[in-house]
Design a protein around this ligand. Structure first.
Ligand code: PLP
Length: 463
């Protein structure tokens, strides 16, 4: 495999040479066609043969950017995932708040298959009816006027950041500052990462110790700190371009936004002609019980971003803007080859349709209450292990306060009980199940979580 890849790239570098001599090919160049033919390109491995060797192939061939659990997923159905060794897991992770309709949802599957059989990608050189319909759905169900499509949460935030900078430039601001919150998470591209005010993610990615210029931070839910950051952002020839906030901080540890804090952010943006931007990548698309997290904190942002659940697990992102912000970009100002392609938008439309047809927001509210109550009960019965229960709808977390147990270890113990969970922040166990989860499945999740607590904390902690 390594041989064929090096030859492949050698061929790309110099497509004009004609003869093929394997060892010399890398140095002298060979036509791509000859390289492939002579090197007898190695076909990919059959997935069915990888049941026991996927982990091995990872250590050989995949960059180690993630710490992974030792599970190899083979298939999914509804709220369940099945591993290659035949074990079933109740999935309260949903691909990290992404598979809103669960796994193998017939409506989503059909929409994708039908779109694939019609046309799946054409580029933004042409009009795409599915993109128009999804943009229309987003705007009709929010305060937004116009959408821009991309492929991920980070990319949607990059679009928002660029929009804020151009919007500030149009107002004559040469040094635009975007204020974000400590413990935030906005993605891994360089500007989104700079917006992410968590130093641990910045380490080793700076230039002379600096990340992308033009960002400042405040404490989340702290009005005085926000006012101080805005003061800094509007002094020394700088100007406030935007305040960018998650309505609920997900990766930061499931911390819901405060109504007063968001009202102040809105007021400060209005005062300075800046944009209030909400990152709805995790909290949006119904996960909190309202379609958008900003509805929970009572503000209408100028810009909001969405990804994750927007495509139900098919990669898509969107930056939705209103008012002046909606017309800040003109042709050529921003773009994405895949952005809003027919396949991704068909997935988004199927998710949107399903949410209406099945009253998903009602289910999120009811199951969210059930989850919250269940976690509160457990926290009361295991006061040495569980602390604060936080969140909205089906975006909930419970603090792990046991001295000798981490949230990650509790997640591991839950896995042994057949329940998938994911940590958030330093010490929070996060529950983000598919939005279609049933009452029985939620009861089962709570039972399994209790069994995990007993397993990890020992019999002496039983009530
Ligand atoms: N914004 C928020 C609030 C997120 O939770 C995440 C991912 O967890 C992102 C942005 C980045 O999204 P992506 O991983 O799709 O780039």
């Amino acid at each position: 495999m390594r041989l064929s890849f090096s030859l492949f790239f050698a061929g790309c570098l110099s497509p004009s040479a004609v003869s093929f001599v394997p060892t010399a090919a890398v140095r002298t160049g060979t036509s791509l066609k000859a390289t492939i033919e002579e090197a007898k390109l190695i076909p990919p491995k059959k997935i069915a043969d990888l049941a026991n060797t996927a982990e091995e192939l990872y250590s050989e061939n995949v960059q180690k950017t993630y710490g992974r659990y030792s599970l190899t997923i083979k298939s999914g159905q509804g709220c369940y995932l099945t591993t290659t060794d035949g074990k079933n897991y109740l999935d309260c992770v949903s691909g990290i708040a992404t598979c809103a309709l669960g796994h193998n949802n017939p409506a989503l599957t059909k929409a994708i298959a039908d779109q694939m059989a019609t046309v799946h990608h054409v580029s933004n050189l042409y009009y795409i009816p599915e993109q128009a319909a999804l943009a229309n759905w987003l705007c009709e169900n929010s305060g937004g006027d116009k959408a821009f499509f991309c492929n991920s949460g980070a990319e949607s935030n990059e679009a928002a950041i660029k929009c804020a900078r151009r919007h500030a430039y149009n107002r004559g601001i040469e040094k635009p500052v975007i204020v974000t919150a400590e413990q935030s998470f906005h993605g891994r591209t360089l500007a989104a990462l700079t917006a992410t005010a968590q130093p641990k993610y910045h380490k080793g990615f700076g230039y002379g110790g600096e990340m992308v210029p033009g960002f400042d931070n405040c404490k989340y839910n702290d009005i005085a700190s926000l006012e101080a950051a805005v003061e800094r952002a509007t002094s020394d020839g700088k100007g406030l371009a935007a305040i960018m906030l998650e309505p609920l901080q997900g990766e930061g540890g499931i911390i819901p936004g405060d109504v007063d804090f968001f009202a102040k952010a809105r007021e400060l943006c209005d005062k300075h002609g800046a944009l209030l931007m909400c990152d709805e990548v995790q909290a949006g698309m119904g996960r909190t019980g309202t379609l958008w997290g900003h509805e929970q904190v009572g503000v209408i942002p100028d810009v909001f971003t969405s990804a994750k659940a927007l495509g139900g697990g098919v990669p898509i992102g969107a930056m939705v803007a209103r008012g002046e912000a909606a017309t800040t970009f003109g042709p050529g100002d921003h773009a994405s080859t895949y952005g809003g392609n027919p396949l991704a938008c068909a997935a988004g439309l199927a998710v949107a349709q399903y949410m209406s047809d099945h009253n998903i927001l009602e289910n999120v509210k009811a199951r969210g209450e059930q989850l919250s109550q269940g976690l509160e009960d457990l926290a009361e019965r295991y006061p040495n292990v569980l602390g604060d229960v936080r969140g909205w709808g089906l975006l909930r977390g419970v603090e792990c306060i046991a001295e000798d147990i981490t949230a990650g270890e509790l997640v591991g113990a839950a896995m042994e009980q057949g329940l998938l969970l994911v940590p958030a922040g330093a010490n929070v166990v996060r529950f983000v199940p598919p939005l279609i989860i049933s009452e029985d499945e939620m009861n089962l999740a709570l039972e399994k979580f209790e069994a995990a607590i007993k397993l990890k904390a020992g019999a002496d902690l039983q009530p």
